[in-house]
Design a protein around this ligand. Structure first.
Ligand SMILES: [Zn+2]
Length: 240
């Protein structure tokens, strides 16, 4: 347990962090890390189909509902969450959003960062989230950027698995064993009632990545895993 260590997770929409990195978040929260989720948009237009099917639904109602669901899911995973409410379809990232991201990096000095993949032809907000995360990470490293706080070191960035990874040219370079916390991830997924159709999809995916983790490590006890792609080279003194 080391409560001085933190992790930043940048999620374009209210539920992205749950499907794509819920296990990782729960695992590091259990290890005593402060896991902070930065949620750019509620996904009120693009990722709230079930809510919009209810008669008389309004944009404010969808946002309120997604806010509550997302906050509940973060709580189940043991993380804290900040909402930027930057709009949806389109997501609008302003100079203020950029500044606030740099402040987040400098204040929390994360051990590592999680965000979306470089490509996703199904949702361009995911690309904006990727671009914002990486761009502001570089700004936070620049001594001359005018934001308060100590300049950022060089935390590794891991891109979480998109919904249709082949279409997004996603490479599963890192498989993290989430077996001990899978039940927590499942509970968090089930708290996202607007997207019930994804519960089984992401349970199946974690089993598939789990069996690939066994094949690549010989560790037969792994049942569930989450896949990530690295942005920067891994720096190490050991190759085995
Ligand atoms: Zn999304």
């Amino acid at each position: 347990m080391d409560s001085s260590k933190s992790v930043l997770v940048v999620s374009a929409h209210a539920a992205d962090f749950v499907w794509r990195a819920g296990g990782t978040i729960a695992l590091y929260a259990q290890r005593g890390y402060r896991v902070r989720i930065l949620c750019l948009s509620y996904g009120e237009r693009g990722e709230s189909e079930r809510l919009w099917r209810q008669p008389g639904m309004t944009l404010d109602c969808v946002k309120t509902s997604r806010h509550a669901e997302s906050e509940r899911a973060a709580g189940i995973l043991g993380a804290e969450i900040r909402f930027f409410d930057s709009g949806d379809y389109p997501l609008r990232l302003t100079d203020e959003t950029v500044y606030e991201m740099v402040v987040e990096y400098r204040k929390y000095q994360p051990e590592f960062v999680l965000t979306h993949s470089f490509k996703d032809p199904y949702n361009y907000d995911h690309l904006d989230a990727n671009d914002l995360t990486l761009r502001t990470l570089v700004y936070a490293q620049a001594a001359g950027y005018p934001a308060k706080g100590k300049k950022l070191g060089a935390p590794p960035v891991f891109l979480f698995e998109p919904h249709q990874s082949e279409q997004c040219e996603f490479k599963p370079q890192v498989l993290l064993d989430i077996t001990p916390v899978f039940d927590i991830k499942r509970k968090a997924m089930e708290s996202m009632e607007a997207q019930e159709h994804l519960w089984e999809y992401y349970t199946d995916l974690s089993r598939r990545r789990g069996s690939q983790a066994v094949r690549n490590s010989g560790r037969k006890e792994i049942k569930h895993a989450e896949a990530f792609q690295r942005v920067y080279p891994q720096v190490t003194s050991e190759l085995a």
